[in-house]
Design a protein around this ligand. Structure first.
Ligand code: ATP
Ligand code: MG
Length: 237
């Protein structure tokens, strides 16, 4: 589903060059639930932008669902993004003074879903995230956890195979974070690939695989080490 091969990303700001990603390679298969962890500035958001086709690597190859991103025009990338990927951000990125249902409808307006169906689809996903009784509330009338659930509903309306979330619980009280994680869990159980950046180890625990990055490099990848993890837990009891 996702194949990253020798990806580097160098930002140039005036005379300063920052190597945000340094020769990273990995694969993510359909249906995985992956957490990406690492300290501030280690390159997590940069990686997420590349995986989400919001930005291109300086070098290396990124293949998203069989398509080499390098060979696609910006318009083609935007199209793929809208069709295949649902984005969830730490700051929710909802339109203020706009109702939950209208926020959720927005991607469908770009995505070519007939006008008559949009309301019905938005309501279906708002109900799925437990906000059937908050359709007409604006973001300022919702709690942090509720705003993030609106953002998750919005990420789902084009039925994406991949959910990319950058610190989705970063601005949310811990009791509400558990609800958010239960929703991601369900989306993964339904077969969606979930890739989530987080600082918090207890949030990362929900994932089946954890990739740690440090200074733009992969420091560890739990893939293939599941048995060892289970064993060490048993010993600590
Ligand atoms: N647009 C940009 N222009 C220049 N440098 C950038 C840009 N975006 C990120 N950087 C730099 O690249 C490095 C990686 O940044 P990135 O945002 O990917 O880190 P992060 O792991 O997401 O950190 P955080 O946990 O604080 O969100 C940092 O040194 C950062 O200053
Ligand atoms: Mg970041």
């Amino acid at each position: 589903m996702i194949s990253v091969s020798h990806i580097s990303k160098i930002y140039k700001t005036g005379d300063v060059e920052t190597v945000a990603l340094d020769d990273i390679s990995f694969e993510i298969k359909k249906g995985e639930f992956v957490a990406i962890m690492g300290p501030s500035g280690s390159g997590k958001s940069t990686l997420m932008h590349i995986l989400g086709a919001l930005d291109r690597p300086t070098s290396g190859t990124y293949i998203l669902d069989g398509e080499n991103v390098e060979n696609l025009s910006d318009d083609e990338l935007a199209e793929i993004r809208n069709r295949k990927i649902g984005f969830v951000f730490q700051a929710f990125n909802l339109l203020p003074r706009t109702s939950a249902v209208k926020n959720v409808i927005l991607p469908m307006a770009y995505g070519g879903i007939e006008k008559e169906r949009r309301n019905e689809v938005a309501e279906k996903y708002l109900k799925m995230v437990g906000l059937g009784d908050r359709m007409n509330h604006t973001p300022s009338q919702l709690s942090g956890g509720q705003m993030q659930r609106v953002a998750i509903a919005r990420s789902l309306v084009m039925d994406p195979a991949i959910i990319l979330a950058d610190e989705p619980t970063g601005n949310i009280a811990s009791n509400q974070a558990a609800e958010i994680m239960a929703i991601f869990q369900k989306l993964n159980d339904d077969g969606r690939t979930v890739i989530m950046i987080t600082h918090e180890p207890d949030i990362a625990e929900h994932a089946k695989r954890i990739i740690h990055i440090l200074d733009g490099k992969i420091n560890s990848d739990s893939n293939g080490h599941k048995q060892r993890v289970v064993k060490s837990k048993a010993i600590s009891k």
